[in-house]
Design a protein around this ligand. Structure first.
Ligand SMILES: [Cu+2]
Length: 503
């Protein structure tokens, strides 16, 4: 991917925005629509990223090694694509650790450029978070360590260098991070990795004629591809040998929102969202995910059948023509499930999955508003040396996220899992009723989120909040917050080391 195209992104997006504002809702141009439904010959077995449980050192710390490096992969036989990956050519291993354990992860950067590794959704000290301030220089190493202290769930990891995140994720740097606990194991959910508990990392791509990845801005959301990779596999199928299979869906795309369902309209159970299991399974026939969001679903199959996981046109909350420009009319076949002729029985799902204590806004000590307008939040762009919000340690806060535009954004908060109190004053739908770290911020919508900042005061190291449409994030649609012992005494000016933020 040409690095030289990077600085143009903000300009292109701004131009798209201006053009859209000028044409209003009339939308004269004929939007490109991508539809691969019914056209995919599922010819390749789904690649399952290796499960990496690390090794437990003498001091009880679970240790992992991740090496970020360049590589190449033949997504199509005979056509080599330059890629980046962790411990391999494309994507990275699925890391797994237990709640309550201390982990340490040694990251080696063998790329030619600085990078970071952010543990998306993880509650951890800011210095370990892998945001833009924790740059790893080429040839350098970084060994963050923390105690896993949150609900078992499906997290992920990816680079977060300011201004470079989209390119690095698009090149292939991303992986899942599973948090496990004995309590969850006792629920009897499908949990055999790669057999009935399967990662499904969905990324849209556009290939050049000679096989490289390319980014092509379409609409306002950023770059949209016309083909899908699932765990780095084009046109994949999955052999299913059990009556029920759990799919851990990650929207690992930069800009595209998916609305996952099945080609035959069958129902499935949504059992978990970003930060943990739902209170009980939610029966539905579709689940919409914007970039960075996860969903765990359990789908049942009959012997011999071949249902296809499909992404139908998502509801972007925009008028049709404008939505279409932003991928709102696109339809993709994602993954074919090939049920064996004899299936191993799977137990029914338990009626109760988790206890989610409800955070009560009555006890909130602070309410902050985050107004998303243009490519800014509260009228500001990301500045590496400016802390936008200082949060007192232990505070329960309500964050009001308002998208003031006729275009979609999203909102991701580091360090915490939050609860959605309401959307435009109405209670959240089931898919937003559990723990979340990223939400789709629909056009002209208002979300009230509630979260507690329990640990890890550090006045010198900020966490990020930002739009997870990666082109928007790179263009500065991001802000910083610190968790501090004493908000009165805290300063919004950060002293940056010489090399920090200079890239
Ligand atoms: Cu955005």
């Amino acid at each position: 991917m040409p690095a030289s195209s990077r600085p143009a992104v903000a300009a292109v997006l701004s131009a798209a925005l201006a053009a859209a504002a000028l044409t209003g809702c009339s939308g004269e141009q004929q939007p490109t629509v991508v539809d691969t439904s019914g056209r995919i010959e599922f010819s390749r077995p789904l690649v399952i990223p290796p499960l990496d449980r690390g090794t437990v050192a003498e001091d009880g710390v679970r240790e992992f090694d991740l090496i970020a490096d360049e590589g190449s992969r033949e997504f199509r036989p005979g056509v080599s694509t330059p890629t980046w990956g962790f411990d391999g050519d494309y994507l990275g291993p699925t890391l797994a650790a237990n709640v309550g354990e201390r982990v340490r992860i040694r990251v080696d950067n063998r790329l030619a450029v600085p990078t970071t590794v952010h543990w998306h959704g993880m509650h951890l000290p800011a210095r370990m978070d892998g945001g833009p301030h924790q740059l790893i220089e080429p040839g350098g190493q970084w060994s963050p360590t923390w105690v896993i202290d949150q609900e078992p769930t499906t997290l992920w990891y990816h680079p977060h260098p300011h201004g470079e995140t989209e390119e690095q994720v698009e090149m292939g740097l991303a992986g899942l991070f599973l948090l496990e606990s004995p309590g969850t194991a006792a629920l009897g959910l499908p949990d055999r990795y790669g057999i009935d508990d399967v990662p499904v990392i969905v990324q849209d791509k556009r290939f050049t004629d000679d096989g490289g990845f390319t980014l092509q801005t379409r609409g306002f959301v950023g770059s949209l591809g016309d083909e899908l990779l699932v765990n780095g596999t084009l046109a994949p199928y999955l052999d299913v040998t059990t009556e029920a299979v759990r799919l851990r869906l990650l929207n690992g795309s930069s800009a595209r929102t998916y609305d996952f369902g099945f080609d035959d309209g069958r129902s499935f159970d949504l059992i978990g969202t970003d930060g943990g299991l739902l209170e009980s399974p939610y029966r539905t026939d579709h689940v919409q995910l914007s970039p960075g969001e996860r969903a765990e679903i359990v789908v049942r199959v009959s012997p011999g059948e071949r249902p296809v996981l499909r992404s139908n046109p998502p509801d972007l909350g925009m008028q049709d023509v404008l939505a279409a420009v932003n991928g709102g009319a696109d339809r993709f076949d994602v993954l074919q499930l090939r049920a064996a002729n004899t299936l191993e029985p799977s137990p029914p799902l338990p009626p109760v999955l988790a206890d989610i204590p409800r955070l009560d806004p009555m006890y909130a000590v602070e309410e902050r508003t985050f107004e998303m307008n243009g490519l800014q939040i509260n009228g500001r762009s990301m500045e590496m040396d400016h802390v936008n919000e200082m949060v007192e340690l232990g505070a329960l806060e309500v964050w009001v996220v308002e998208n003031r535009m006729a275009f979609p954004h999203s909102f991701h908060v580091h360090d915490v899992q939050f609860q959605v109190l309401d959307v435009d004053g109405r209670p959240p739908p089931p898919e937003l009723a559990g723990w979340k770290d990223t939400i789709n911020a629909r056009p002209d919508a208002r979300y009230r989120l509630i979260m507690r900042f329990e640990d890890y005061a550090d006045p010198e190291t900020p966490y990020m909040y930002h739009c997870h449409l990666l082109a928007h994030e790179d263009a500065g649609m991001m802000g910083q917050f610190t968790v501090v012992e004493d908000a009165e005494a805290a300063t919004s000016e950060l002293q940056l080391p010489d090399h920090d933020g200079s890239h």
